[in-house]
Design a protein around this ligand. Structure first.
Ligand code: HEM
Ligand SMILES: *[C@@H]1O[C@H](CO)[C@@H](O)[C@H](O)[C@H]1NC(C)=O
Length: 172
């Protein structure tokens, strides 16, 4: 009797915490050529780290449908010619370069590259408050779009280096 009560209590506690425990995911995409590592903190900050087999730009986004149109995207990378890291909070209206948001809701943590790979790490709020040009990270399965460019010129990724996966970034 007592142990049954304790068991039910434990289940209630675990399910109540389900929405707020920190969550991490490691997802190898495109045969591991685009490795996605994510983390959502208790305070509502999403950190994304991408390690990709590319020395060009890297893109990541939340999409309503799995397609570019309507997606809240971030494009960043490391430009070896200028020696500078870059990042931008963007919004896609369709097949083309996603425009920079009016309000930039992304923090670059780091970007670097070697002869073959780029590592890009950034963070943003789960809910940025920008209802016009950002999508919220939900505690639900969402489409995550990804892409990698050939160079740091923000041009078409080609038909192989882009796609969408389904992931709950907050799933505890
Ligand atoms: C940098 C400028 C970009 C250009 C010019 C561009 C252009 C295009 C074009 C022409 C297509 C249709 C052909 C195809 O299926 O490959 C496409 C599809 C796609 N792109 Fe992009 N794209 C850009 C950036 C991005 C970024 C940053 C992402 C993800 C973060 C992305 C994700 C996708 C996905 C998932 C598709 C297939 C689904 C769909 O048709 O929307 N693209 N893109
Ligand atoms: C380049 O960076 C990638 C990703 O961090 C790493 O796996 C790879 O070993 C590095 N290559 C060299 C030659 O250091």
């Amino acid at each position: 009797m007592e142990s049954a009560k304790l068991f039910i209590f434990a289940i209630l506690v675990v399910s109540a915490l389900g929405g707020i425990v920190p969550h991490r995911a490691v997802v190898p995409i495109n045969d591991g050529k685009y490795l996605l590592e994510t983390r959502v903190t208790l305070t509502g900050i999403l950190t994304v780290k991408v390690t990709a087999e590319s020395t060009g730009w890297l893109g990541w986004g939340i999409s309503p449908t799995g397609e570019m149109a309507g997606s809240d995207m971030i494009i960043g990378g490391f430009n070896a010619d200028t020696g500078e890291a870059y990042i931008g909070d963007r919004f896609s209206s369709g097949h083309g370069l996603p425009a920079l948001d009016t309000i930039q809701n992304v923090e670059l943590i780091s970007a670097s590259e070697n002869a073959t790979h780029t590592v890009l790490e950034f963070s943003r709020a789960v809910d940025t408050g920008d209802v016009e040009q950002d999508l919220k990270v939900e505690n639900a399965v969402q489409y995550i779009v990804w892409a990698a460019g050939e160079t740091d010129d923000l041009a078409y990724h080609g038909q192989v280096n882009r796609g969408a996966i389904e992931l709950n970034l907050m799933d505890g």
